[in-house]
Design a protein around this ligand. Structure first.
Ligand code: 5GP
Ligand code: MN
Length: 332
């Protein structure tokens, strides 16, 4: 893998560029993809952003979101864009399998592949990489990339809004430990350029349906279990629970964090039944390493304090298995 600067000569003439991100994209995934999209388009490239699956509703206001091809809905268009591309950018993931249905297509692609990502333990399948697990978000790294290209002056409000969204969601609104001085410097730069950050917080956090709020009440009252002995809070959601309140998976964003607001809880877990698998989300505060936990027990990974995994066992068996291993670990 070469450092990302080595790609600059290739970008000096207009190229066809394919950008993608991980399956079930979050704010950082779509924010970084669209931030880079706006920048590369302004540089004269022909760019197609492809999301492996549907974009959640709370991101549907992002500038350029209408340009994103959803692989699940338009696989042929996405595959053509990939085949026609000169360069492939992969954002906010470091292992092809995180793109689910796109995995085999990316593996087979022979064009130069560029990765920009902040997760731990990157695979070495990229030609060019910017990989730094100390970074708050991939959006912050796209900002670094634009600066490295000497193009800070090209950052317009479309780029700033996309990048701000991802850094805001990945840092829990600037509270997680990865929120460095550099993150605040970047936000200060966006503010000087004219960013309306209040509007972005409203779009992302204050645009719930009443039903989603009622679902939150139901989850906290009926679906959250606290295990004081293990400093752990567990939320379990079956397909039936989701159907009851007609919520989609995008509306589960942030739910896993609630148990961590309890002083004694150091480890929060959410187990969700999906149509094809059981999804697990892990969050911690302090020094319990949920990246290692997810890798060891649930075929996943992520960051030290935020990770995810999956299980092919049934929902009920997965919950039982989790409770069983809880006594083997000691989150403090
Ligand atoms: P979430 O719980 O929000 O899905 O994921 C939390 C963090 O863990 C995110 O940074 C996400 O990219 C990462 N993550 C989630 N699921 C997986 C997985 O199956 N494998 C790996 N390597 N990382 C994951
Ligand atoms: Mn991220």
């Amino acid at each position: 893998m070469l450092p990302i600067e080595e790609i600059f000569p290739l970008l000096s003439t207009p190229k066809r560029i394919f950008i993608t991100t991980h399956h079930k994209p979050d704010g950082d995934a779509i924010g970084s993809m669209l931030g880079l999209y706006h920048y590369l388009v302004a540089k004269g490239h022909n760019v197609i952003p492809v999301s492996p699956s549907e974009i959640p509703e709370f991101l549907m206001w992002l500038p350029g979101v209408d340009k994103v091809v959803n692989y699940e809905a338009e696989s042929k268009n996405a595959e053509k864009a990939l085949a026609d591309a000169d360069i492939i950018f992969c954002l906010d993931f470091n292992d092809f399998s995180r793109t689910k249905h796109l995995t085999a297509h990316l593996e087979a692609a022979t064009q130069p592949k560029v990765m920009i990502d902040h997760h731990l333990l990157p695979k070495t399948v990229w030609d060019y990489a910017m990989s730094d697990s100390t970074k708050s978000s991939t959006c912050e790294m796209v900002y670094d990339f634009i600066n490295l290209c000497g193009d800070n002056a090209m950052i317009n409000m479309d780029i700033a809004a996309c990048l701000y969204t991802g850094v805001m969601t990945d840092t829990g609104s600037f509270r997680f430990p990865a929120t460095t001085a550099s993150v605040h410097d970047m936000v200060a730069d966006f503010k000087r350029k004219g960013l309306n950050h209040t509007r972005i917080h409203e779009e992302v956090y204050d645009s719930w349906s009443a039903q989603r709020m009622q679902f939150l009440g139901y989850v906290l009252l009926e679906k959250m279990e606290i295990f004081p002995k293990y400093n752990t809070g567990l939320i379990t959601l079956s397909k039936k629970d989701l159907k009851l309140f007609n919520v989609n998976t995008g509306e589960l964003e942030g739910l896993v964090n609630y148990p961590l607001s309890i002083g004694a809880v150091r480890f929060a877990v959410m187990i969700t039944e999906r149509s094809d698998e059981v999804k697990l989300s892990f969050r911690s505060k302090g020094d319990f390493d949920v990246n290692t936990f997810a890798r060891t027990y649930f075929n996943g990974g992520g960051h030290f304090n935020a990770s995810g995994g999956r299980s092919t066992a049934s929902f009920i068996d997965t919950v039982a298995y989790f409770k069983q291993i809880l006594s083997d670990i000691h989150p403090r």
